[in-house]
Design a protein around this ligand. Structure first.
Ligand code: FES
Length: 70
C-alpha cells in the first residue's frame, strides 16, 4: 500500500492505494466517486471515461503508476 496524490475536480487528495490499482479503482474505492463506472475493463465500452488534462480518456486499463509518470 502506498499513498498517492490525485488532483480530482481541482482538489488535491491523498489516498492509500495498492500498487496495481487502476485510476478507476482509486476513484471509486479510494475516494468514493462512484460516478465513474466499470464496464468492459478492456478499453472498449467507454463506461470508465474521465477527463485528464482536457482529454477524454478510457482509463480503466491505466495503472496509477502510469498516470504518475505521464
Ligand atoms: S470499462 Fe470499458 S472502456 Fe473502461
Amino acid at each position: 500500500m502506498e499513498i498517492v496524490k490525485l488532483n480530482v475536480n481541482g482538489c488535491v487528495r491523498e489516498i492509500p492505494v495498492e500498487h496495481n490499482w487502476t485510476l478507476l479503482r482509486a476513484l471509486r474505492e479510494g475516494l468514493g466517486l462512484t460516478g465513474t463506472k466499470c464496464g468492459c475493463e478492456t478499453g472498449d465500452c467507454g463506461a470508465c471515461m474521465v477527463i485528464i488534462d482536457g482529454e477524454a480518456v478510457r482509463e480503466s486499463a491505466r495503472r496509477l503508476r502510469e498516470e504518475a509518470e505521464a
